[in-house]
Design a protein around this ligand. Structure first.
Ligand SMILES: [Zn+2]
Length: 202
């Protein structure tokens, strides 16, 4: 359940990784090479959560960015001046849809495409409600491809609903299904397990 995810007081947190200072992970992270870029749009209230995985995700991936906020004028404000919305996907987690394909891509949210080579994916980081807020505040997201993820495995965090993955887990699965080597996803999950879940005693 989400309410078990305690907030770390800012004064006790490492200013870089935002973990508790005694659990700082800055020197423990192995930076991994990825081809499909990952940009996380993080709801401001997620920043200092104990189980926040977005920070670890973006510190682990060489080609990634973490952007904290609620709304941005357009895709260029987030991705850069020269980026085209059609080259990017926004990750959308299917809830409770068993037996579907693990990953589907919908052009502009409608027409299904077989395999669009994507330059990168955007992931919204926050509770279900916060992610919904990010969706309606940023209507430009609808101009991107929608990458629909249908996870077959439950989260490593046992209190999380079976159909809901942490941001890092969703990213790892999406990257693998988009053609990144399985070793990349495996290393991401290992780091999540050893640096975030285990030190917190879960
Ligand atoms: Zn740190």
């Amino acid at each position: 359940m989400e309410h078990q995810d305690q907030r770390i007081p800012k004064s006790l947190a490492c200013s870089n990784c935002l973990r508790r200072k005694e659990q700082c992970i800055c020197d423990k992270i192995e930076v991994l090479k990825n081809h499909t870029k990952v940009v996380v749009l993080q709801h401001p209230q997620e920043q200092l959560k104990q189980f926040n995985s977005a920070k670890l995700l973006t510190m682990s991936l060489a080609e990634s960015a973490l952007v904290v906020g609620l709304s941005w004028q357009n895709h260029r404000a987030v991705l850069g001046e020269n980026e085209q919305p059609g080259d990017w996907g926004v990750l959308h987690l299917k809830a409770g849809n068993e037996g579907g394909k693990p990953l589907e891509i919908f052009r502009k949210g409608k027409e299904k495409v077989d395999a669009a080579p994507l330059k990168g994916i955007i992931i919204l980081d926050g509770s279900w409600k916060q992610a919904k807020t990010l969706w309606w505040r940023n209507s430009w997201l609808l101009r991107l491809n929608r990458v629909s993820l249908n996870p077959a495995h439950p989260s490593l965090r046992n209190q999380v609903r079976a159909d809901k993955l942490s941001t890092l887990e969703a990213a790892a699965l999406a990257l693998r299904l988009l053609g990144e080597p399985a070793t990349l996803a495996d290393r991401l999950l290992e780091q999540y397990q050893s640096l975030i879940i285990k030190p917190s005693g879960h």
